[in-house]
Design a binder for this molecule. Sequence first.
Ligand code: PGA
Length: 251
Amino acid sequence: MRKKMVAGNWKMHGNLSENEQLLTAIIPALNELRNSLLAVCVPFPYLSSVQHLLHNTNLGLGAQNVSQFEKGAYTGEVSVSMLSDFGCKYVIVGHSERRMLYSESSSVVADKYIAAQRGNLIPLLCVGETLEQREAGITQQVIQEQMKAVIDKAGVDSLGKAIIAYEPVWAIGTGKTASPQQAQDVHAFIRQGVSLQNSNVANDLTILYGGSVKASNASELFAMPDIDGGLIGGASLIADDFIAISRALNN
Ligand code: PGA
């Protein structure tokens, strides 16, 4: 069965006391929600403290990046097994900020996805087009290339143990949200593409929308048939907003 999910992407925000305040506010409110997966993806240094705060809650722990390599001389990198040591279940791979600011190619993203699955982490694979690409009418081509890079290397069946996040780059952190129909169209395109290769995997695939999801627009986005939840940046740092967005999915 297709699962729904709301995941917070804290990006490079927070500190020990802010994180504790935020989680202490959201954990009791989210504990009553049973119809979806819930998670927060936090900066590496806080994995341990957040792991403890999330103990015995229904909120899963995730990281925002991972090395494609198992171990070795990779200064500054963090491996899948290190994330597992701190109870991570999820890891974001291919976020547009990593693709653009750190030049991660679709091929490297695919390697990270494979490494995550090999270590039993669930990759949250982000795909999405820039404004220029949308205006040039090549949104589908871009999404297809990003999906193909992973499917070619990892196989379509691997999507049975992954979550996709469609995040139009022009909507991330800009306050401009894709309209429910714009998002739905791309989600349906992703699912149809997977369906050509394996319809069961496509039916069960959780596809999140990300890009300026707020308490005020979550319900209409989540009402679309191929939108199975959200990857939430800015609004995941505000307790009331993250709670409201999670409730919108569970209604
Ligand atoms: P945003 O970020 O909700 O702040 O737009 C979403 C994301 O980048 O995952």
